[in-house]
Design a protein around this ligand. Structure first.
Ligand SMILES: CC(C)(COP(=O)(O)OP(=O)(O)OC[C@H]1O[C@@H](n2cnc3c(N)ncnc32)[C@H](O)[C@@H]1OP(=O)(O)O)[C@@H](O)C(=O)NCCC(=O)NCCS
Length: 255
């Protein structure tokens, strides 16, 4: 169970507008989920009835508020890119459970993905290619060694085991977020074994690199541009974009 942090300070610059999104860029937005409750009603009203019903199924207030703020942030951001009201766009999920924009005729090429952990949501947006994001609040992971043995590439396991004891949980989570971002970008079709590909978990200075991911498709590999992200104190994150390299631009949304 996560301990809730008092506040979440994203280190990324804030923006109340959306910048242009050229096809060689991917935008990753941090949405702190601990905003003042006075804004809550406004954000609640951006949700569609089925999303409000989903929110009402949370028994505890804190996760319910975080779900509402994250979903409102997603709608507000996508609305800014599309030039429509947040409540106007239709979101659907594909056969693999990945959320997508419905009515693609009006919104060709815009792809998004979201992740949340504790007080922070990340929303990645691209044009013309699939994107996946993952974020985790740093914490002690029970059975981390067992999970790593089960899911990670042997070289990843070695890197984690070689980390100083006080950095081992962070090393595990850096690896986890990289793999999960790739998984969320590619979706189903990824090979059964997540250990079959290796995420670059050593510090690359935030430059990013390509990862070849085996797929079920006739032995072919999917090529992902993967970059580790540092959205704020106590969080690790990663973004994966399928295909060509993208310049990753990170911002904090103002809701
Ligand atoms: C779908 C999945 C990726 C979500 O991961 P999670 O850690 O529970 O949650 P995250 O915060 O990262 O992401 C949740 C968001 O992902 C998005 N999402 C849901 N299904 C998705 C899918 N199939 N593909 C991409 N994105 C998806 C949604 O926007 C969701 O937010 P919402 O529930 O508010 O709508 C997860 O349920 C799953 O199946 N994970 C596989 C686990 C695994 O093998 N991990 C390997 C790591 S080594």
């Amino acid at each position: 169970m996560l301990q809730l942090s008092a506040t979440m300070n994203s280190t990324w610059p804030t923006s109340a507008e959306h910048p242009l999104l050229p096809t060689d860029e991917a935008h990753v937005w941090a949405a702190p989920l601990d905003i003042a409750s006075t804004r809550f009603d406004t954000l609640w009203n951006t949700l569609r009835p089925h999303e409000q019903q989903r929110a009402d199924q949370f028994r505890l207030d804190a996760p319910r508020h975080r779900f509402v703020i994250a979903r409102a942030a997603l709608r507000i951001l996508l609305g800014r890119y599309l030039g429509v009201e947040p409540g106007d766009m239709l979101l659907t999920v594909d056969a693999n459970g990945k959320p997508r924009l419905a009515n693609r005729d009006n919104v060709p090429e815009l792809h998004f993905n979201m992740a949340h952990s504790d007080q922070l949501a990340l929303i990645g947006v691209t044009r013309g290619c699939e994107i996946g994001v993952d974020v985790e609040r740093l914490r002690t992971v029970r059975h981390a060694a067992h999970i790593a043995q089960r899911y990670f590439h042997p070289n990843e396991v070695k890197t984690i085991e070689a980390a100083p004891p006080n950095d081992r949980d962070a090393a595990f989570m850096r690896c986890w977020t990289c793999k999960e971002a790739i998984l969320k970008a590619i979706g189903v079709g990824i090979t059964d074994s997540l250990a079959a590909f290796q995420a670059p978990i050593v510090d690359d200075g935030g430059r990013g690199s390509f990862v070849a991911v085996p797929t079920h498709s006739h032995g072919k590999s999917a090529r992902c541009w993967l970059q580790r992200l540092n959205p704020g104190d106590d969080y690790v994150a990663a973004v994966a974009v399928v295909g060509i390299e993208r310049k990753i631009r990170c911002m904090t949304v103002v809701l």
